[in-house]
Design a binder for this molecule. Structure first.
Ligand code: GLY
Length: 428
């Protein structure tokens, strides 16, 4: 099979790594890919949000499956154009991707289908939004409606921060994405990501994972795209897991009822409240960095799974999850999630990967002409380790992290630590 993967982060490196391991796969292109995909696939330069250009490339290169990693091409409708060209595509069309592209749409969808979630109200003008904040008080969550590269959500512990967040949206900080604002109930509890494969009918849940979104130790500092992750998630009870799976099945049924032919990953971002799991958000794609711990645990052929989902026959494939633990630590550029420098030479990746069970997924890297791996983004590497239990996976991941270096590198040293202390660690 010849496959084109769109995207260039750690998620896409993990997807490409699983695809090239399949005996069915002859060639993988990554657009644009990164320093990691360059070593195992062919990186190509393509305008990934231009559906016509992606379809033309796919036809010209006899691509048999297109896999869309990031949200922006999904929301732009790239999957629609590629499917219209007759090529199986893993990823929803623009109608399905609205579940991530509009927080207001997602919240109304959750309400229409009775899915568990917090209360929220949408506003398209500043004054009514500010008046609502006075009415409900803090803590409260302010969300820009559209895609904002992970920066559109403010968890405001006081009203001043909430008011500033609302003003920033309406003053255009996120462009059109902030022209509608969702003000949402603040919920407390541990978060858990539950992703499912679906062809629009059959739903195959993946292993749960827990991301660490704040930049600094002990969940302090600004929100990021994710600083580390582990799977499975021992603090989730069987009852909670069943409730999350039921909500995801109901969501896929809801999409089908609304006439949306959804083929790809549906990502449920849950918070485990005292009243049970509630949905914070949906994403229309694999999570990043969740994918970097979930796919290494997949027992089965990812190429077969993705093609079956794209072709509407997911019920035909079998997959399972290795009885191993995976922990992934993000190495970031100094200054991330704010401004940071790039082009720092990275050392130690080979030594880290020589450790048993360790894989270093590249996120923001590129290869210099002499083969040196250079930093090229905020989140640079995802150092991932498998182990027979949580402690051994964590210890291995951090042993590998210690071998890698670049100017300004920073990472959290507490990935998975809270979960190892148990559920009480989330009590405030
Ligand atoms: N890990 C968060 C996300 O993928 O959106």
């Amino acid at each position: 099979m010849r496959i084109l993967v769109l995207g260039g982060g750690g998620r896409e490196h993990a997807i490409v790594a699983s695809l090239v391991a399949s005996p069915r796969v002859a060639h993988v292109y990554a657009a644009p890919g990164n320093g990691g995909t360059a070593a195992i696939a062919e990186n190509v330069s393509l305008p990934v949000e231009d559906g016509a250009a992606v379809a033309a490339f796919a036809l010209e290169h006899a691509i048999e499956l297109v896999v869309i990693g990031p949200e922006a091409p999904l929301v732009a409708g790239v999957a629609d154009d590629v499917r219209a060209a007759g090529i199986p595509t893993f990823g929803p069309g623009a109608d399905g991707a609205r579940i991530e592209g509009s927080k207001e749409f997602a919240k109304e969808f959750m309400r229409r289908h009775g899915l568990p979630t917090g209360t929220a109200q949408a506003f398209s003008a500043l004054e009514p939004a500010l008046a609502y904040l006075e009415e409900v008080g803090a803590p409260i969550v302010v969300k820009a409606d559209g895609l904002a590269a992970g920066k559109g959500v403010t968890v405001a512990m006081d009203l001043g921060v909430a008011r500033d967040a609302v003003r920033e949206c309406f003053e255009g900080r996120f462009g059109e994405a902030g022209s509608t604002v969702l003000i949402e109930e603040y919920l407390t509890g541990p978060e858990c990501s539950l992703l499912v494969f679906t062809d629009g009918h059959t739903v195959v849940p993946m292993a749960p994972a827990q991301d660490h979104k704040r930049a600094y130790e002990d969940d302090q500092g600004p929100n990021t795209g994710g600083m580390g992750v582990y799977s499975p998630v021992p603090i989730v009870t069987d009852t909670e897991h069943e409730a999350m799976v039921a909500a995801m099945r109901a969501a896929v049924e809801g999409l089908a009822e609304e006439g949306i032919d959804y083929r790809g990953v549906l990502y449920g971002g849950f918070i485990l409240t005292a009243e049970g799991p509630k949905l914070l958000e949906f994403n229309a794609r694999f999570g990043d960095p969740e994918t970097q711990v979930v796919l290494p645990r997949l027992e089965g052929d990812l190429a077969e799974v993705l093609l079956a989902a794209a072709e509407g026959r997911l019920a035909d494939v079998e997959l399972g999850w290795r009885d191993e633990w995976a922990v992934s630590v993000v190495l970031a550029s100094g200054g991330y999630p704010g401004d940071y420098d790039v082009d720092m030479p990275i050392t130690g990746i080979e030594a880290a990967e020589a450790l048993p069970g360790v894989t270093v997924f590249h996120a923001g890297t590129r290869l210099a002409e002499d083969g040196t791996v250079l930093t090229a983004g905020g989140r640079v590497l995802n150092v991932t380790a498998l182990g027979h239990d949580f402690s051994s996976a964590r210890d291995r991941a951090y042993e590998a992290v210690a071998l890698i270096d670049f100017d300004g590198v920073f990472y959290r040293s507490d990935i998975g630590a809270k979960a190892q202390r148990g559920r009480d660690a989330w009590q405030v």
